[in-house]
Design a protein around this ligand. Structure first.
Ligand SMILES: *Cc1c(COP(=O)(O)O)cnc(C)c1O
Length: 360
């Protein structure tokens, strides 16, 4: 069987060229007689891999020198605790709750301090991004936290919140490298790479260096201190070598294909194919307010659960995988990350048209 169109929210589709390169390198990476999975993380060979990955990421995102780049483990979910444990100096933080991931981050932070949800879109099942131009941000809050692209609900902050001078911390797991970004607007940007970049098990955190505390409460586990990872070049312990290597290949693929401006242009075109179809369809409809729509995750429904299930089943048989919506919301969701070709979205829309005719 050949490759299918994979609309998974994560782990998700990777560029075929990257998979081919990894396959070609598998038995003998650059003449060293072993794969990247087998080499010491203390070897020069691997040091070059991680250094080059960081250099290419800095180029892609135009990361200023006063920001550290860390390659961490524990998933985005471990950051829900690491962020308050390291960055909540006054023990106060303000969270904007726009979905399940933001809510989990908020609930975790509450374990460690005085944490307030200053805005939420829970009233309409997280189908929109609230107006964040004048929120009651507290004078002594250490930071304002957002989940920039809500993977489950398919919403995206198209304007960053007015943080009233506080540092913005953003979970970009599902929109990482999908468009150009002004890193200087953030105190910290982080994301699990398994959505839009690479294999599961790696988190990239980009943190302004003055935010990283010299010392934290001594009860904070060593592995959860940013300072330790900075001092050890992300190799305090054995890092996820394989995922770092694959991400490095993806960074090269992005650079070769025009960088983040080109990616944004492609992503807008791709999403438009699907949204335009949904907007005129008599059967399918998008679940998100148009102004808050994500370019990466597109949830939609027929309004009939049985028909939704039939669609998912028939789509799968036709080679369109992982279209079932998140278990918490039902319906369908097409995740159309950087590595999803436009042809995949067009083929999906053709299939949806046919399904609509057959089920009118
Ligand atoms: C998937 C996801 C997470 C959780 O990532 P893990 O690596 O599984 O911990 C957090 N935030 C967002 C926005 C996500 O999409």
């Amino acid at each position: 069987m050949g490759r299918i169109y994979n609309f998974s929210a994560g782990p998700a589709v990777l560029p075929e060229e990257v998979l081919q390169q990894a396959a070609a390198d598998m038995m003998d990476y650059h003449g060293c007689g072993m794969s990247v999975m087998e080499m010491s993380h203390r070897s020069k060979m691997f040091q070059d891999i991680i250094d080059e990955a960081e250099k290419d990421l800095r180029t892609l995102m135009n990361i200023p020198d006063n920001y550290k780049v860390l390659f961490l483990q524990g998933g985005a979910s471990l950051q829900f605790a690491m962020i308050p444990l390291n960055l909540m100096k006054n023990k106060k933080a303000d969270y904007i709750v726009t979905g399940q991931w933001a809510k989990k981050a908020y609930q975790e932070a509450k374990k460690y301090g005085d944490v307030v949800a200053v805005a939420s879109s829970a009233d309409k099942t997280f189908s929109y991004i609230p107006d964040c131009s004048d929120l009651p941000i507290r004078e002594d809050a250490d930071y304002v936290y957002i989940c920039e692209n809500n993977t489950i609900y398919g919403t995206k902050f198209h304007t960053l919140p007015n943080t009233k001078g506080k540092d913005l911390i953003s979970d970009v797991s599902s929109c990482f490298l999908s468009e150009p970004v002004d890193v200087t607007k953030y105190g910290m940007i982080y994301g699990g790479v398994q959505k839009n970049i690479g294999p599961a098990g790696l988190v990239i955190a980009i943190i302004r260096e003055d935010l990283i505390p010299e010392s934290v409460d001594e009860s904070v586990p060593t592995m959860m201190q940013y300072k330790i990872h900075v001092e050890n070049g992300s190799m305090y312990n054995t890092p996820n070598c394989w995922a770092i290597y694959i991400c490095g290949l993806v960074f090269k693929w992005l650079l070769k294909n025009g960088g983040l401006e080109a990616m944004q242009k492609k992503n807008i075109e791709k999403a438009k194919v699907l949204y335009d179809f949904l907007d005129q369809s008599k059967l399918f409809k998008g679940t998100v307010e148009p102004a808050s729509r994500s370019l990466m995750n597109v949830p939609f429904v027929t309004g009939n659960e049985e028909l939704d299930a039939k669609f998912v089943k028939e789509a799968k048989a036709a080679g369109f995988e992982n279209l079932k919506g998140h278990r918490s919301v039902g319906g369908m969701r097409a995740s159309i990350y950087n590595a999803m070709p436009k042809a995949g979205v067009e083929a999906l829309v053709e299939f949806m048209k046919k399904f609509e005719e057959e089920n009118a």
